[in-house]
Write a protein that binds this ligand. Structure first.
Ligand code: SF4
Length: 62
């Protein structure tokens, strides 16, 4: 599973990092970014929780 953040939609609430810190970080301006090319099976549940938690629906799995 891959995951992408729509930079135009993200407003830096930081839920993604809170739910899946192994997959997401916040950049110097507080916007979410993806740390990994591929989400490991172990990180999938946290990643899906982050997708659900993002209030802007800015995270998409591909
Ligand atoms: S939770 Fe959504 S809006 Fe917040 S930083 Fe992450 S991607 Fe951006």
């Amino acid at each position: 599973m891959k995951v992408v953040i729509d930079a135009a939609a993200c407003d830096g609430k930081g839920y993604c990092k809170r739910f899946a810190p192994e997959v997401f970080a916040l950049d110097e301006w507080g916007y979410g970014r993806v740390l990994v090319d591929e989400v490991t099976p172990e990180a999938e549940a946290n990643t899906r929780a982050a997708v659900e938690a993002c209030p802007l629906q800015a995270i998409r799995t591909v």
